[in-house]
Design a protein around this ligand. Sequence first.
Ligand SMILES: [Zn+2]
Length: 228
Amino acid sequence: MKEKIKKFFLELLFPRFCFGCQKQGYYLCKDCESILDVSGFHKKFKTKEINDLYFVTEYKNPLLKNLIQRFKSEPFIKELSLPLCSLITAHFQLLDKKPDFSDFVLIPVPLEKTRLKWRGFNQAEEIAKQLSRFFKIPLINDVLIKERKTLPQVKVSEKERKENISKAFCWQNKEKIQNKKVLLIDDIYITGSTMEECATTLKDSGVKEIIGIVIARAKSGQDNFRNV
Ligand SMILES: [Zn+2]
């Protein structure tokens, strides 16, 4: 009951409006969510270090782009992790063959500390927190660390992204993840350089299997917005 009253007053003081249709009370109403084309299919996507990648949709819908942009660009709306994460859980609920992640742990792609201070939260970790509740598996955020500052990946050419992110991550407390299976969480998958670099670092620390989960996968040229 207390929660309900708190919610009521919060909505009164800071009303939310749907990013799609301006309806009050939501950041993303059910009608607008339904036009986001949440995929009910999964096709195996394997790279050198990543065994598979799950994503809700392609990163091209203007409404989805706007939601992700407002989640991670100033002025940030941290609460957007909820509707964005519910798109991910909707994707898993729609799949005919549901993957079993019960023996996995969740690791978000980390932010370098000055970037974390600037945004005040790590967008990948906010998504991972919700997924930890959904899959009922632990979130581990003190193993994979971003130790080197890099340019935002959208500010360098696609060719230079691999080099930009190279050796940017390190691991600590490896006993927590040795021989474990990891769900690596990020918001969008662009060229895959960031996720691949994280996966290389995690494998080096003793992780045996890595599966990526993101909201959207971008094709070349779909990621041109500021402050990624
Ligand atoms: Zn709406």
